[in-house]
Design a protein around this ligand. Structure first.
Ligand code: GLP
Length: 243
């Protein structure tokens, strides 16, 4: 695991975007695994900026997102489909037919998850997986538990996650209770993993996840076993570590 220290959020975003653009330039038909949440927003904005300057071309790229709320339609501004269109897909020349997310409107969880694993298999797996880090150590929506779940599955969101995401909704009652998420095996099978973390409120979990015991109670801790992980974190997020 390689940890890159960034000065602040903007610096983290630029450094992470650099790694993603290197991937796109070196392999124009790559498969990018993408993430939502507040942390990667600046990374996407930087990629859009470079695209607008003519330095990046997404026309050959395929994307698969980590997760989606169960029950939200694509036009709901809190769906991850909407988020991705708002922050990236609608602003660069990626072929929308090659952008994939779990289908949040599929009520049959087993079918939604099976279909999504098939999509990931069909595109040939992920070259570079971008990840944020939840306060409880979740990656995608793989919540703390007794096991690591291999494939795409339907999760009951942890109470802390519902509270953390409440800020995006009009009220806590509107936060979905379930989501479809890519499983840990799929994430671990990505050739390269890029984790972005920002803010002092993540400092404790950064230390636990990347320097603590490998345990499903802290799902991100499994990343310690992957042979090509880059964590780009700002000084505040690294403040509990002596780096
Ligand atoms: C969300 C997403 C995760 C994300 C995490 C952290 O619930 N499902 O993929 O990494 O929570 O979000 P943030 O970056 O806003 O702290």
């Amino acid at each position: 695991m390689k940890i890159i220290k960034a000065k602040d959020y903007d610096d983290m975003s630029r450094k992470a975007a650099n790694i993603i653009s290197a991937q796109v330039i070196m392999k124009p038909n790559c498969v990018l695994g993408l993430a939502t949440g507040s942390t990667p927003i600046g990374t996407y904005a930087q990629l859009v900026d470079w695209y607008n300057k003519g330095d990046l071309d997404f026309s050959g790229v395929t994307t698969v997102n980590l997760d989606e709320y169960k029950g939200l339609t694509r036009d709901n501004d809190q769906s991850y489909y909407y988020f991705m269109h708002d922050n990236l897909f609608g602003k660069v020349n990626v072929d929308l037919k090659r952008t994939f997310l779990p289908n949040g409107t599929e009520a049959d969880s087993e079918k939604a998850c099976r279909d999504y694993d098939q999509v990931i298999a069909d595109v040939g797996g992920v070259d570079l997986q971008l990840l944020g880090l939840g306060h409880n150590g979740h990656i995608g929506f793989n919540e703390p538990g007794d096991t690591f779940v291999a494939q795409t599955h339907c999760v009951d969101l942890a109470e802390s996650t519902i509270k953390a995401n409440q800020r995006f909704f009009a009220s806590i009652d509107e936060v979905p209770r379930q989501a479809y998420t890519m499983g840990i095996r799929t994430i671990m099978q990505a050739k390269k993993i890029l984790v972005v973390v920002s803010g002092a409120d993540k400092a404790k979990i950064v230390k636990e996840a990347f320097f603590g015991a490998i345990t499903p109670k802290v799902q991100a801790s499994v990343l310690q076993l992957h042979n090509d992980v880059i964590v780009v974190a700002d000084e505040a997020a690294l403040s509990e570590l002596a780096l």
